[in-house]
Ligand binder design. Structure first.
Ligand SMILES: Nc1ncnc2c1ncn2[C@@H]1O[C@H](COP(=O)(O)OP(=O)(O)OP(=O)(O)O)[C@@H](O)[C@H]1O
Length: 361
């Protein structure tokens, strides 16, 4: 067989994306293919810049092309985050490709800490990201980002989100006294949430991370009726009492047809910074077992750690403040796994009309 574009494409059709279980050519990931003698050059366009399997894909592409007879293989990388068909055209947030919910069965398990580090982690890997603090009864994103100014509006219609650590940020905590929302009835809460989605200038984003209130209630239901989220990341500590709640939360998301992207174990074992001894304060490994039981993906474990708590209190998430630390790497790995899960979800999504409200003219 001559060494030409057709031969290279034939070889690339045998390379499967290990996450998406389809070949790179039919996924439209092969771009700018050119052959010159026994040299081949191409761009592989990943479905997310935070691709967890980039190295594996690179090795597989090179191997397949070499086996086809190419002596020199030059791979360039790109990324184009995709969204499920129809999502962008008919949603409250037209420029947002994927909405990722972060939820927990109970309070205090570190849901907001995971949400902010996930958002900053996705941005650090090259994605355009925003975070919306939808935890209307207990907004913690202002503290976690160190932001406290009031958002303003340049166009007199939509509020401009604030920015910190490379992401766009909006929280009900910027707009009202947090104690005020505590006495809100359900419809006020859901109304505020719809406004925070629709009436904020989110612009073009690959991912909008939504920090949900803990437990089950009106907010997930409102979201299910108004946005087509890519899915929900569930956060739990490893001990049984938290896991029982997260299993209940999963059932609730199933009921409202929001896909569960997977489960994160937060406050996993404590590693002593002095002697490296590991202590399983809240137990360890429980979430992985629970994820298997629930039939959802395990997205990773984050240790209980002083730097994570201090970063949160100072408004500098550890992923931004100490990006090369093992603590940050734990969150970055979760971010890559979440990005992979979103890509898988997007490709699985049926081409259905999107439920819910239309953008305002
Ligand atoms: N892995 C961790 N290591 C150490 N401290 C952590 C970790 N994760 C969260 N924390 C700390 O635990 C406290 C609660 O975290 P966070 O506010 O993220 O929880 P939450 O589940 O969102 O709570 P709520 O339900 O009240 O919104 C914070 O002080 C935070 O800094």
């Amino acid at each position: 067989m001559p060494l030409d574009n057709a031969a290279a494409l034939e070889a690339l059709k045998k390379v499967m994306d290990p996450e998406l279980h389809r070949d790179l050519v039919s996924l439209g990931m092969v771009k700018d293919l050119s052959v010159d003698g026994d040299a081949v050059r191409l761009k592989v366009e990943l479905t997310t810049p935070a691709c967890p399997l980039k190295d594996t894909i690179g090795r597989d592409v090179e191997g397949a092309l070499r086996r086809a007879g190419f002596a020199r293989v030059e791979i360039h990388w790109g990324a184009q985050v995709r969204s499920a068909p129809g999502v962008a055209q008919s949603s409250l947030t037209p420029g947002v490709k994927n909405i990722i919910l972060v939820g927990a069965g109970k309070g205090g398990v570190g849901k907001s800490t995971v949400a902010i580090n996930l958002a900053v982690g996705l941005a650090r890997q090259g994605a355009k990201v925003g975070i919306l603090d939808a935890d209307i009864y207990g907004p913690s994103v202002p503290i976690l980002t160190g932001l406290d100014q009031k958002p303003t509006s340049r166009d007199g219609q939509k509020l401009d989100p604030l920015e910190a650590h490379g992401i766009k940020v909006m929280s009900i905590g910027f707009l009202i006294d947090p104690e005020q929302a505590l006495i809100w009835r359900g419809p006020m809460v859901t109304g505020a949430l719809v406004q925070l989605l629709r009436d904020v200038n989110w612009g073009e984003l690959d991912y909008l991370v939504l920090d949900l209130p803990p437990g089950t209630g009106d907010v997930p239901l409102t979201l299910a009726q108004n946005v087509r989220a890519a899915g929900v990341v569930l956060v739990s500590t490893p001990q049984d009492v938290a896991l029982a709640d997260v299993i209940r939360a999963k059932l609730m998301f199933d009921k409202v047809s929001i896909p569960v992207l997977g489960l994160v174990e937060n406050m996993s074992a404590f590693v002593c910074p002095h002697c490296r001894h590991e202590t399983a304060i809240f137990d360890k490994g429980g979430a992985q077992a629970a994820a298997e039981k629930m039939g959802v993906r395990f997205l990773g474990a984050v240790p209980i750690d002083l730097a994570i708590r201090e970063g949160g209190d100072k408004g500098v998430p550890v992923v931004a403040g100490a990006p090369d630390s093992p603590q940050a790497e734990a969150f970055l790995s979760v971010a890559r796994n979440v990005a992979g899960a979103v890509s898988t979800q997007v490709l699985k999504a049926p081409r259905l009309p999107v439920i819910g409200a239309q953008p305002r003219a």
